[in-house]
Design a protein around this ligand. Structure first.
Ligand SMILES: Nc1ncnc2c1ncn2[C@@H]1O[C@H](COP(=O)(O)OP(=O)(O)OP(=O)(O)O)[C@@H](O)[C@H]1O
Length: 402
């Protein structure tokens, strides 16, 4: 049974449709992250699951029980949904000690005094602040306050924990520390966690799966590595690349040679495509594509080897543990990232190697991943050719291309 089933959820706020038909299943015990740019509806969906926001359409089922139905205007009270929330602002009561802040939910549920003591101290130890029980929130650092907020959320042992950007008020060092803590907590608690963030690093580190949001819709749901390697659209790829410097784009065209074999040409290099395919439904029209490759998957080297592409170094950005280098290749500026120092200077002639398994091709008009093309090996016969073994016939099927 799924922990959460969302079917066609729509939410309007004022005249704006903030969520536009959300479908999602979250398995029991998953760490599911809602990731996307600011304003795309992540928090609204979290609040809708929590029961703090009413859905205008669709249904929410938690552990097999319907808790909201926008079509019949059914809405189960938030307190009866068996979940707890942690917000970005810690929302602690300043006049209560840490112990009392955490004990609050248990007192409302009328647990015995000894049970409350035992559960509160266990929760505080889980987030490693047992020694701070008698302090007031004003006497704690931001990181410690956030730990109190998490202890308060887990003390009632909810099946579902909803976390809305819980680390965004912490400094960089604390954030990394708290990420590790959250990962450990998730393992120990076994609860289902929904986590909202716009920080891709956080999402990739923590999640068992990530739901990517854009403009009120979920556009891809996948495991972190799969999402990172094969974003379903160019927009998602760019979001993961976080900015123009990060993700290399090269425009290209897929077409057919005179003998019916497929090729992909681009200003940087030409890719040969496997022609062992059924060409009956292939149009001879060319298809515009965008090739993406992440900077860490471009190798820069001094010497030519088969498959290498000549380039000239533009700028070197040393950053301690890694160095970013921009190079000109085929009239395009590409970004390369390498570990450690780079012994290059502006104007140096060099070569880049594009690791074929890390190239992704996107349809030039729709921006969708052409996932029938999985590059597999660099040709040894043609210096600039990369062969693809999978059959991309659906790419050029009649009617599917401009
Ligand atoms: N109470 C409200 N009144 C008016 N508009 C709202 C309200 N709450 C949310 N919105 C709008 O709904 C959209 C989605 O907001 P939401 O907070 O869900 O986005 P988000 O993805 O969580 O963004 P962020 O990462 O910035 O928190 C935004 O355009 C926002 O302006």
């Amino acid at each position: 049974m799924s922990a959460i089933e969302l079917r066609n959820i729509t939410v309007n706020i004022g005249s704006k449709q903030v969520l536009r038909g959300i479908d999602l299943n979250v398995d029991k015990g998953e760490f599911m992250t809602f990731l996307g740019p600011s304003g795309c509806g992540k928090t609204t969906l979290l609040r809708t699951i929590a029961g703090l926001q009413q859905a205008n359409g669709g249904t929410i089922v938690l552990s097999g029980k319907e808790v909201a139905n926008g079509d019949t205007a059914y809405h189960l009270d938030s307190a009866k949904r068996g979940l707890n929330l942690v917000f970005q602002s810690y929302a602690l009561w300043p006049h209560m000690t840490v112990f009392d802040n955490v004990a609050f939910g248990l007192r409302i549920r009328r647990h015995s005094k000894s049970e409350i003591r035992q559960k509160v101290m266990a929760a505080l130890h889980k987030v490693r602040i047992g020694e701070l029980a008698e302090r007031y929130p004003g006497e704690l650092s931001g990181g410690q306050q956030q730990r109190v907020a998490i202890a308060r959320a887990i003390v009632t042992e909810p099946e579902l924990l909803l976390l809305d950007e819980p680390l965004s008020n912490l400094d960089a060092r604390l954030r990394v520390e708290m990420r590790a803590e959250l990962k450990r907590l998730h393992r120990e608690l076994g609860a289902t966690i929904i986590y909202v963030t716009h920080d891709q690093q956080e999402a990739l580190t923590l999640s068992s799966r990530i739901a990517v949001f854009f403009e009120g819709k979920i556009v891809q749901v996948d495991r972190p590595q799969a999402l990172y390697r094969r974003p379903a659209t160019l927009t998602i790829a760019d979001f993961f690349g976080s900015g123009g410097m990060e993700m290399n784009h090269v425009e290209g065209r897929i077409g057919l040679t005179g003998d019916g074999s497929l090729y992909l040409s681009s200003p940087v290099c030409s890719f040969a495509l496997d022609a062992q395919m059924n060409t009956d439904n292939v149009t001879t029209k060319e298809t515009a594509v965008t090739i993406t490759i992440k900077p860490e998957h471009v190798r820069l080297q001094r010497h030519y080897v088969p498959g290498a592409i000549a380039c000239q170094v533009d700028t070197v950005f040393p950053a301690g543990s890694e160095t970013t280098v921009t190079v000109w290749a085929g009239g395009r500026l590409l970004t390369v990232r390498m570990l450690g120092d780079a012994e290059y200077e502006m104007g140096d002639n060099a070569y880049i190697l594009l690791s074929p398994e890390h190239l992704n091709l996107y349809h030039g008009e729709t921006g969708e991943l052409l996932d029938g093309l999985c590059p597999c090996s660099v040709s040894s016969t043609n210096n600039d050719a990369i062969h693809y073994s999978n059959h991309p016939n659906h790419l050029l099927a009649e009617g599917s291309t401009p």
